[in-house]
Design a protein around this ligand. Structure first.
Ligand code: CO
Length: 217
């Protein structure tokens, strides 16, 4: 049994061979036509959850999505990893759209809704508790715990889209190039469908206090 568990990973390498063949059968130059550089139009910020594979659910191919995933698809201004991805995607790849995609049934959101301590990850999930606090009146008016959970998933996505709009990275690109559009979507694990929740157009900052006057840094 233990040996079987260890061997399981080989399936992935075998599947890769089959995938290569499938692509070559469709187009002999599938891999050759991959340029030396990438020109994706979209930056995808999604949850790390294994049930939400960005390319599969959007029918996109290699080269189309620039992807960042973390627990509960959070956009935190002190997260050097995400901010580096955002800056590279917006400044250098010049993506037209940034998509934050959450999902119903998100374990991170569910954990944040509870009073349980999960160790280090408490510090990450605390950001979702802040979203709860901002919308506590609306959330606590929902008596069905499942409705409350689903609504917090949606509100969390919308807050992260606002967090994107509040970065100098996005504001600079808005001012200088009139892009990117910021989208908030939610994925339903049980139907496979994406729901469009929110869209912020270039220049449409929700709150003035976050507007930078200049972008030296
Ligand atoms: Co999740």
């Amino acid at each position: 049994m233990e040996n079987n568990q260890m061997e399981g990973f080989k399936k992935l390498l075998l599947s890769n061979q089959a995938w290569v063949q499938e692509k070559l059968d469709l187009r002999a130059d599938f891999f050759l036509r991959m340029k030396d550089h990438q020109e994706p139009e979209y930056l995808w910020i999604g949850c790390s959850d294994s049930r939400v594979p960005a390319e599969d659910i959007t029918g996109t191919e290699p080269g189309e999505l620039f992807v960042h995933r973390n627990i509960a698809n959070l956009v935190i201004h002190t997260d050097l990893n995400l901010m580096s991805v955002l800056q590279y995607a917006v400044d250098h790849l010049k993506v037209k759209h940034v998509i934050v995609c959450g999902h119903y049934g998100c374990g991170g959101v569910n954990a944040a809704l509870s009073r349980k301590s999960f160790g280090l990850i408490n510090k990450w999930l605390r950001n979702i508790k802040d979203v709860y606090r901002n919308y506590s009146r609306e959330l606590e008016s929902l008596t069905d715990p499942d409705h409350r959970f689903r609504r917090l998933v949606e509100l969390n996505v919308m807050e992260q889209v606002r967090n994107l709009a509040e970065t100098s990275i996005v504001q600079k690109a808005w001012q200088q190039e009139g892009r990117p559009w910021l989208h908030g979507w939610v994925y339903d694990l049980h139907t496979g469908r994406l729901k469009d929740l929110t869209l912020i157009h270039p220049g449409d900052l929700p709150d003035d206090i976050y507007q930078y006057e200049s972008f030296e840094n």
